[in-house]
Design a protein around this ligand. Sequence first.
Ligand code: HEM
Ligand code: HEM
Length: 229
Amino acid sequence: MDPMPKSETTVWDTPLRVFHWLLVLSLLGSWITSQYDVFQTTAHFYFGYLTLTLIIFRLMWGIFGSHNSRFITFLRRPKVLIRYLRGLDSLDNYPGHNPLGGWATVILLLLLLVQAITGLFISDDIIHDGPYHSSVSNRTADLLASVHYLNFDLLLIACGMHIFAVILYQFIFGKDLILAMLTGKKRLHMPPKKDLGKRHIQQGMLCFIIASLATTLLIGLAPEPNVDF
Ligand code: HEM
Ligand code: HEM
């Protein structure tokens, strides 16, 4: 039997796509402001807060977002993952994340969360302290700083693998993933689906505002910094 003809289908909602590209920017910003002679601690903190806000947003969007953005849609059981890895499952069965991509998403989000949270407790030992630095002992702060450094290396490896995988699917398997993360649309053997509508954009904005408020509150509730002379 002939497969259903291909038609254009919206797979990624706008808030998810905006989240993705803002995340790329905020990670690059955090990295650049932490390197070489241009170490700009204040700017580094703000990029870190943006990253934290985006992760909180994504956790909410994993519950309230459109079908393919929800954790329940793309976090598949180990059995399904193994079947996919053994090549027994077609990529076309998954309009959004495939089973491997779904778990890779969780790993990336967790690494970013650890990076942003540990940053809150550490100090550059010059003048800039993360907002919660005074709430932990120097020993704990040093330990968390080591995690901040080590986790960043893991993050770089994970991002490198992520970009490598996307390029592999794009150019070897011929799946236009990159354009889909830009436009939200893929051509699939599926019945055409209408746009997701404006409601998702409004819901996305609401989730982003709540995530921003949560970060602001977290920083606002930080204890007074220690003043040592
Ligand atoms: C280096 C920083 C990057 C980070 C931290 C990052 C993070 C992520 C995350 C968390 C997702 C899952 C989306 C979600 O459901 O929340 C994702 C998906 C995706 N990213 Fe990235 N990304 C990065 C760079 C890039 C670049 C440079 C490209 C393009 C070349 C890219 C292309 C994609 C695509 C196409 C998907 C969807 C994959 C799929 O269809 O399953 N990413 N990325
Ligand atoms: C996810 C976002 C973040 C990334 C990718 C990131 C990355 C990095 C990296 C790579 C360094 C090492 C710089 C070096 O080689 O000396 C660093 C240092 C530092 N980060 Fe972050 N960071 C993030 C978030 C934060 C946040 C939210 C804060 C605090 C509000 C923070 C506070 C610091 C401080 C104080 C240092 C200096 C530590 C020292 O000099 O010993 N970071 N960060």
